[in-house]
Every structure is written in structure tokens, then in C-alpha cells.
Design a protein around this ligand. Structure first.
Ligand SMILES: NC(=O)c1ccc[n+]([C@@H]2O[C@H](COP(=O)([O-])OP(=O)(O)OC[C@H]3O[C@@H](n4cnc5c(N)ncnc54)[C@H](O)[C@@H]3O)[C@@H](O)[C@H]2O)c1
Length: 254
């Protein structure tokens, strides 16, 4: 079924990353007009090239460091100038420092908060007035299983705090957005094979410990997460807001 996002203007952050690239390709294949954005310009440009090659509609906003409020505002302004509306904001991008409590520096803590939590707040705040004026919008935030449970092998003190914050903020935003027709949901992926995890998955003890948490016995692929985002972005999810979708191979159901 193609055309589920026909002519919807969809801003996808972190469009150069693994899930961001999958999202840009899959959203465009469903008829979306994609606006990409990534702090890594080269990989965002490569995503743009791949989507265009497949016949999809995409433009990429540069420069893309969304941990800066003024950049998030510029992204929203630019999108509105190009397309006149913003139907979907997929807050996918993020950067993190993984460290144990006693080793984590204040700078590493702040970096993680800025790049996992602040960037969602800034981008959401920036697109909000347009969605209020349109009386519609879908915002999809990417949380994580780490926002809900602890892994023995994952030094996620800051990551878990930030992603827990994303899941909690989503519910609040859904409440604020409801009267304006703005839906806000989060997706909390389990372990997915991406640029961010590939090196770790090569460490046998680590991979084994993480696999033990997966009811389905294998890690996810970026597309597994994006299928949920596709649904949330589409009108099929018109009565869904304030929800957190566990796309985690059963991890949080143990
Ligand atoms: N891979 C997993 O197992 C997993 C599990 C749970 C949640 N997640 C979440 O999924 C999302 C996508 O992650 P991924 O695994 O595809 O990682 P990835 O590293 O491939 O992609 C993340 C992208 O975000 C970009 N980015 C980082 N900081 C940015 C900033 N300040 N402004 C703009 N762009 C920025 C990066 O350059 C990168 O391209 C992230 O929010 C991540 O926390 C991933």
C-alpha cells in the first residue's frame, strides 16, 4: 500500500544515521515530502542522494546541529518557507556518551542531555506554532528501552535519564497538543543494529548479554522501528497520542 504519507511534509532529524536514513527512504516511498537534517552533513547528503535516486522527494537542511535552539528554529522556518506546512516531526536524531556513574564527567553528562533531550525539546518547540495554526501534526519522539529498564552491560546513566525524559515529556506534550489536533507519541526501540551499535555487537560477551534480553532472540533492524513511525506519522494513527510504542523484540515484556 503506497501513498500512506502522500504529500505530508515530514521533518526527519538525524537523517544521515541508520534509522534516519531508513525513515527518509520509507517515508518518501509512501509519498512524503521529506526534510532531512543531521549534524553530519556528508551522511545527510548521502541519504538525500539515495532517496532522490529512488524517485523520492527530499531536501536537507544545513547546518544541522539541533542541540542549538537557533538551529532548530531555522530548520522550522526553512521548512515552512519551502513547503508552507509541517505535518510530521520525527525526532529521531541523537548523540550520547555511554559511561558508568563514577567515571562520567559533567561535560559528558551535559553532552548527552543536550543531544538526546534538549534537541527534541528545541525542535518540537520550533515546529509547534505551525502545527497549532494548521490544527494538526504528528510528533514522533525516539525514546529507548533504556528509558525504562537497566542493562547490566550498558553504562547508560545519562542515556537512561535522557530517554526516560523523552518518554515522560512525550506524554506531557500529548496533553498540550490534544486541543490543537497535535498528536505526540514515542517509540522506544530495543537493541537495533545501526551505526551506533555495530561495533559493540562485535564484542561476543556484550552481544550475548544483550541477546539474552530479546524474546525473539535477535536484534532489530532500522526498518523494524521505522514501520512503527510510519504508522504514527500516517492518518491511520489519528486517535493515537501520548503512547509509547515498545519496538524491542520483547525486551521490556520479560
Ligand atoms: N540503535 C539502537 O539500538 C537504539 C536503541 C534505542 C534507541 N535508539 C535511538 O534511535 C535513534 C537513532 O539512532 P541510530 O541507532 O540510528 O543511531 P545513528 O548514530 O546511526 O543515528 C543518529 C543520527 O543522529 C545524528 N545526530 C546526533 N546529534 C545530532 C544533533 N545534535 N543534531 C542533529 N543530528 C544529530 C547523528 O549524526 C546520526 O546521524 C536515536 O535517538 C537513538 O538514541 C537506538
Amino acid at each position: 500500500m503506497a501513498g500512506r504519507l502522500k504529500d505530508k511534509v515530514c521533518v526527519i532529524t538525524g537523517s544521515g544515521g541508520s534509522m534516519g536514513r531508513a525513515a527518509a527512504r520509507m517515508f518518501a516511498a509512501e509519498g512524503a515530502i521529506v526534510v532531512g537534517c543531521d549534524i553530519d552533513e556528508a551522511s545527510a547528503n548521502e541519504t538525500e542522494r539515495l532517496v532522490r535516486e529512488a524517485g523520492g522527494a527530499i531536501r536537507t537542511f544545513h547546518p544541522g546541529d539541533l542541540s542549538r535552539k537557533e538551529v532548530a528554529e531555522a530548520l522550522a522556518e526553512w521548512t515552512l518557507a519551502q513547503h508552507g506546512r509541517i505535518d510530521v516531526l520525527y525526532n529521531n536524531g541523537g548523540g550520547v556518551v555511554m559511561e558508568w556513574l563514577q567515571k562520567m564527567t559533567a561535560d559528558q553528562w551535559s553532552f548527552t542531555m543536550r543531544n538526546e533531550l534538549d534537541l527534541i525539546f528545541f525542535a518540537t518547540q520550533a515546529v509547534w506554532p505551525a502545527m497549532v495554526a494548521q490544527k494538526s501534526g504528528s510528533i514522533i519522539n525516539v525514546g529507548s528501552v533504556s528509558g525504562k529498564i537497566a542493562y547490566r552491560v550498558l553504562p547508560a546513566v545519562a542515556h537512561s535519564a535522557a530517554k526516560g525524559g523523552v518518554i515522560a515529556m512525550t506524554k506531557h506534550l500529548a496533553m498540550e497538543g490534544g486541543p490543537h489536533g497535535i498528536r505526540v507519541n514515542s517509540i522506544s526501540p530495543g537493541l537495533v543494529e545501526t551505526n551506533a551499535t555495530r561495533a559493540l555487537l562485535d564484542i561476543p560477551e556484550w552481544a550475548e548479554a544483550m541477546h539474552g534480553k530479546l524474546m525473539l532472540g535477535h536484534v532489530g533492524q532500522p526498518e523494524d522501528v521505522v514501520y512503527a513511525a510510519l504508522y504514527l506519522a500516517s492518518d491511520e494513527a489519528r486517535w493515537v497520542t501520548g503512547a509509547d510504542f515498545a519496538i524491542d523484540g520483547g525486551t521490556t515484556a520479560w
